[in-house]
Design a protein around this ligand. Sequence first.
Ligand code: DC
Length: 226
Amino acid sequence: MAKTYSIAIDGPAGAGKSTIAKRLAKELGYKYVDTGAIYRTVAYFLDLLGVSPKDVDGVERYIDELTVVIEYDDDGVQHMIMNGMDVSGEIRTQDISQKASLVSAHAVVREVLLDMQRDVAKSYNVIMDGRDIGTVVLPNADVKIFLTASAEVRAKRRTDELLAKGQTADYETVLKEIVQRDYQDTHRPIAPLKMAKESVKVDTSDMDIEQVVQTIREIVGKKIPL
Ligand code: DC
């Protein structure tokens, strides 16, 4: 099989991972894999069943009844298919963000999703974003980036994003949720959010999107023939 390249972008919620990864994937002709969307789909599925994201037994009992498929439309946009239903829109709420963070702490959930993520990288050149891509999912990724920003900047960006989508969002609430999610994602025992040894850290607090894209492009260009 021909060599495939992989770029891992990890970091906390709202650091700009998906915006940057989408842009770069388009430029490079890579597949963009948003792994957070997979955890969100699991959280949404359990939520519909009324299973609490903290309920270990409930999660273990129902996870086998879920089939998650990632599909891409003609524009390369990722769609999440939950037992045959496209739930790409439904998973983008603040409520599901929190529940996905809690659900993702369960060993059984992480195990079920691991091969699925690795399989995509075996077949395609990928830019994959998440929390544990460089540390666990693709430890041999050609490029590892840790994208971060202050919690305040991330909360402001997330608030603007939600408002732009017509959802209600209040900065203070979003900030509180981001701080809580950071804590949960970095303190869970399995595959917590942390910087991989070989990662290049990029703090985007004082950068606009163009500057971030340019910075990441340079980092990638040193490791992968573009
Ligand atoms: O990137 P996101 O905000 O869509 O992710 C939602 C949650 O999913 C996040 O708070 C933690 C979890 N997640 C994870 O545990 N591992 C990943 N690779 C991606 C997301």
